[in-house]
Design a protein around this ligand. Structure first.
Ligand SMILES: [Mg+2]
Length: 111
């Protein structure tokens, strides 16, 4: 299986758990890739797996545009699998300094 793992608020919630998950998946012949909506300039350090930066594009369409097809998606906020992060008219979104994610949408969740 090709598994896509979100970073912010997914991997970051329990890095030790996810590191073991990644090792276990590898032992079983599965491939885990980190897919984040961050921009490449806001680089994620210290991960043992490849990272794809979608730069606020919806994750599924973006990775498909790269010719990559994931079987499983693990994400705290799956709305971003199919949707780009909206931008405000005539202004840049306010971004979280820690992860460069638009603050306005950071906590948005499907209820
Ligand atoms: Mg997340």
């Amino acid at each position: 299986m090709k598994i896509a793992l979100d970073y912010d608020e997914t991997y970051t919630r329990d890095p030790e758990f996810w590191d073991q998950f990644i090792d276990l998946a590898s032992d079983f012949g599965h491939d885990v890739t980190c897919v984040t909506m961050r921009r490449p300039q806001n680089k994620i350090e210290g991960l043992q797996i490849d990272v794809i930066y979608t730069s606020f594009k919806g994750k599924i369409l973006y990775t498909q545009s790269l010719g990559i097809q994931f079987d499983i998606w693990i994400d705290d906020n799956p709305i971003w699998l199919l949707n780009d992060v909206p931008t405000r008219d005539n202004s840049r979104p306010t971004r979280n300094r820690e992860n460069d994610f638009p603050v306005k949408y950071r906590r948005a969740r499907i209820k």
